[in-house]
Design a protein around this ligand. Structure first.
Ligand SMILES: [Zn+2]
Length: 547
């Protein structure tokens, strides 16, 4: 079979090229431009899905620049999409061209020098995606932004990539029956009539911490909301459809305790409030910063959302505050959220212990590998929706779980806290996590990070053993059967058997750890009782499969 033969060759070349712990995805970035702040004005109405928008964009130029490139989806063949009406700066009208979802704005000399500048883009249209305008489960009209991965460009002009974080303000004008929720805190709400008998409300929200466009949102609906509680002074709110007030408040209330759990475990929460919002997101949950959207049917009144809440709230720390600098490093968001959810469940939820959870996740990782043979950092992915895989979630969680075994609880958690403290409200790559963990532990972790993030698959172990009653030792042979790479790892062995010296024999058990670094290994381990059974990895600390 060719592919297999080809595969090992491929991997070797790849490692030589120095791997992808810091490789960049295909998004065309402009290193000269850094967006600092967005102020989005959006006008909604009930007669059409057309929005009127204007965006004040403040940006800094590192070098003289003739063109500012933004992402904005223009008209598609169904007539949906945004049409730019005007681009201005300091009262001056600027020239632009808008094609292929890119808005290129010619920067006049007055604005091209290095430093901080602002422009305003006025536009309108029917969003093809990104802003979901629809009826909710009660048949009521609602508006919910749903930007992940890079769908924000369908309704706001922006640098639509996680590597360019900025502060944001939404000023939403909508018919009076809508309540608006968004990132940050409310700055103002006031009525306007615009010469019609339609009473509109203007609601403005401000987020003063830089966040990526994937989580810049607002929701407009007939909401009921409450402050469920405070976590170290941070208000934790529940925003649900008015009809779902009681079951919704019940289901979202555990969020308070979850925020406190993570504040204690990792570090301070980055935003001024957390709203948990029933919405029309296409995902089970979407971790918008300070304003998490959950699928509308999540509200049942059964108070069984702790897992989902724990996952999305963990993203406030990893995904929102610490954001992957590149789509291919999304495990820094999804792997972290998946692992932290499991840690929360292990500590706070009955019957959800970590090793059972990890054993379940291990099965998903192995199943996914059988189908795809791809590494966690898969630079071949161009359609970002494919990033939502068991490699990003469960295998990402396993990388953290094994790092915890490797370094021990204390060093691991202080490494996680140091990583958060260092990259909070900024971007990070996998190589940054490695450096922090190396600093904290004083150990070189190249091989660990490379083999678990850049090599597809996991060890496939074939093994056999004998017990020598006379010599009182176990002989064990281990062979790695996967053909793409010989992994290096510690393997715990669980011995159980009978102590025979003192009479009929009482059951005995013990553990031993061996280090596997080659395709074939042979170990001789003294055990002072007659071994009848050996279990590989009894504590569920290694991502492997038995041959
Ligand atoms: Zn997630």
């Amino acid at each position: 079979m060719i592919k297999n033969i080809f595969l090992p060759f491929m991997v070797i070349v790849w490692v030589l090229i120095g791997g992808s712990l810091s490789a960049k995805d295909s998004y065309q970035r402009d290193p000269n431009v850094d967006i600092i702040h967005y102020c989005f004005r959006v006008q909604l109405n009930d007669s059409t899905d057309r929005i009127e928008g204007s965006a004040d964009i403040t940006f800094s130029l590192a070098k003289t620049t003739q063109e500012l490139r933004l992402d904005l989806a223009g008209l598609n063949d169904k007539g949906a999409g945004m049409v730019v009406e005007r681009v201005e700066a300091g009262g001056q009208t600027l020239l632009w061209h808008h094609e292929n979802k890119r808005l290129g704005i010619e920067i006049p000399d007055t604005l091209s020098a290095p430093g901080i500048h602002s422009i305003t883009v006025t536009y309108s249209g029917i969003p093809a995606d990104g802003l979901v305008i629809s009826k909710n489960k009660y048949g009521d009209r609602t508006f919910f932004a749903d930007n992940w991965p890079d769908r924000a460009r369908n309704w706001i002009p922006c640098v639509d990539h996680p590597s360019d974080k900025a502060t944001v303000e939404f000023i939403v004008t909508a018919p009076g029956r809508y309540t608006i929720v968004s990132n940050g805190i409310p700055a103002a709400v006031y009525p306007v009539n615009k010469g019609t008998n339609q009473r509109n409300l203007v609601s403005s929200w401000k987020e003063e911490v830089p966040v990526p466009t994937k989580v810049m949102v607002f929701g407009a609906a007939d909401f009921a909301w409450e402050t469920a509680g405070y976590s170290k002074g941070i208000p934790v709110q529940s925003w649900v459809y008015a009809q779902d007030r009681l079951p919704g408040f019940l289901d979202y209330r555990p969020a308070v305790e979850i925020v406190t759990f993570y504040q204690d475990l990792i570090g301070p929460y980055s935003y001024k409030k957390l709203a948990n919002v029933q919405s029309k997101t296409m995902f089970g949950g979407m971790e918008n910063s300070g304003c998490i959207f959950y699928y509308e049917k999540s509200v049942t009144g059964k108070n069984n959302l702790q897992g989902l809440l724990a996952h999305e709230i963990a993203h406030q720390w990893f995904g929102d505050a610490v954001t992957e600098g590149d789509w291919h490093h999304i495990w820094l968001s999804e792997g972290f959220a998946t692992y932290l959810e499991a840690c929360y469940a292990d500590s706070m939820l009955a019957g959800r212990n970590l090793s059972d959870n990890m054993a379940e996740m291990r099965k998903s990782v192995i199943r996914y590998h059988e189908k795809t043979h791809k590494p966690v950092i898969d630079t071949t992915i161009v359609n970002n929706m494919e990033l939502l895989s068991a490699n990003s979630y469960q295998k990402g969680a396993w990388v953290l779980h094994m790092l915890r075994q490797e370094l021990g609880d204390e060093l691991f958690w202080s490494g996680i806290r140091a990583f958060y403290a260092t990259y909070r409200d900024r971007n990070a790559m996998s190589s940054d996590l490695q450096s922090v963990m190396e600093q904290v532990s004083g150990r070189k972790l190249d091989n660990f990070f490379r083999q678990w993030l850049e090599i597809p698959g996991q060890p496939v172990i074939q093994w056999s053993w004998t017990y020598d009653e006379k010599k009182k030792w176990v002989e064990i042979d281990i062979e790695q059967m996967q053909d793409q790479y010989d992994f290096e790892f510690d393997l715990t062995l669980g011995f159980s058997g009978m102590q025979t010296e003192s009479g009929p024999g009482n059951p005995k058990s013990t553990l031993a750890k061996v280090h596997v670094g080659n395709k074939k290994e042979h170990f001789t381990l003294p055990v002072d009782f007659r071994v009848t059974e050996i279990k590989l990895d009894p504590g569920t600390g290694l991502l492997f499969q038995e041959f």
